[in-house]
Write a protein that binds this ligand. Structure first.
Ligand code: ASP
Length: 343
């Protein structure tokens, strides 16, 4: 009798836990996005450009939120949201990506599921129309986390993802940016007699148009996705922070989901996204405190320009950046906002 009662209690408890985990809570669903950080000021913006960016950011938010509202997963929401921005020539991801020194578009992307802690990434790909979906395929349909270059492209093709001619990614604006940076580089080399470091040329005037999304779904699961063309004039197969799990992209239901944008080398060395999650985990910081600590203090001290977007499992959000501006926005039930500048 005592035993039966014990098992009954256990069953009830198990039942209760399952109910608590599977009952959707639509009041907290949240989607946050970025379209890159950098030297984005009112002075170098036109009203037309501002309108175009705002419309595109709103479109991305609407697409992802519709999925969350229907009970879709945060993983589906971040992938769909990033695809919208990859398809837009305005952002440095997918179509409209920046050019390498050799005049190519080499793309990096990653995705992470906070529920399972599974992750997928691709780097230096030149023919996959939507790298974020290739990252998801790596996560779900391979035993690996990151695939690069020709191998990643072959994998994407085998999995039926859309393959395009590399010229699909080209836009004249981005090509001009490469020419400008090359001209400045040449001037500096002439001036220095060829001996100086070119790091400031690599970064100066950089617009950081990377895109990213983080979301919390009705089931309490968070996810993050990021996609980029990297940095203009990059060389030698350079890969940035975006596809490196823990640097530019990270998600864990216990803490938060983070997507970063900025000067990748600094974000890799500071393991930015994972550092934010760890501060919450080990130090008990709130999402905002942790994100500020890393972006506004640590990165600033180290000279790393950029920002992050983040969401925790309660639907709290943070969008700190230490650059002049960051294309960003969020949507929750009954609330939505898109912003570009600091103020
Ligand atoms: N983080 C990206 C990279 O370094 C660039 C960006 O955010 O625009 O590749």
């Amino acid at each position: 009798m005592k035993k039966t009662l014990y098992f009954l209690c256990l069953l009830l408890l198990a039942g209760h836990i399952t109910v608590a985990q599977t009952k959707p809570d639509y009041s907290r669903i949240t989607l946050v996005i970025h379209g890159g950080a950098g030297t984005i000021t009112r002075d170098n913006m036109t009203p037309e450009k501002e309108k175009a960016y705002t419309a595109q950011l709103n479109e991305a938010l609407k697409t992802g939120f519709a999925i969350l509202e229907k009970g879709g997963s945060s993983l589906d929401a971040v992938e769909a949201t990033v695809r919208v921005m990859e398809d837009s020539p305005l952002f440095n991801a997918g179509k409209g990506a920046v050019f390498t020194n050799e005049g190519k578009n080499e793309l990096d992307a990653a995705i992470m599921d906070g529920k399972t802690l599974k992750a997928g990434a691709v780097a230096s790909v030149t023919t996959i129309k939507n790298p974020v979906s290739a990252a998801r395929a790596v996560m779900e349909q391979s035993e690996h986390v990151m695939l690069i270059g020709a191998g990643a492209e072959q994998f994407a093709k085998e999995k039926g993802l859309e393959i395009v001619n590399p010229s699909y990614f080209r836009t004249e604006t981005r090509y001009r940016q490469l020419q400008e940076i090359r001209d400045r580089e040449k001037t500096k080399l002439d001036h220095d007699g060829g001996s100086g470091s070119n790091e400031h040329i690599f970064t100066e005037g950089h617009k950081f148009g990377t895109v990213g999304a983080v979301a919390l779904d009705a089931y309490g699961n968070v996810a993050a996705a990021t996609s980029t063309g990297g940095m203009t004039n990059k060389r030698y197969g350079r890969v940035g922070d975006v596809p490196i799990i823990g640097a530019g992209t990270y998600a864990d239901n216990n803490t938060c989901a983070v997507s970063a944008t900025g000067h990748g080398e600094y974000f890799i060395r500071s393991v930015v996204a994972h550092d934010i999650a760890s501060l919450m985990d080990y130090k008990g910081m709130s999402l905002q405190e942790a994100a500020d600590e890393v972006v506004m203090k640590k990165l600033v001290k180290r000279g790393g320009e950029g920002g992050v977007i983040a969401v925790d499992r309660h639907g709290n959000i943070a969008m700190p950046f230490n650059s002049a501006g960051m294309y960003r926005g969020y949507i929750k039930k009954g609330k939505s906002e898109v912003a570009i500048y600091k103020d």
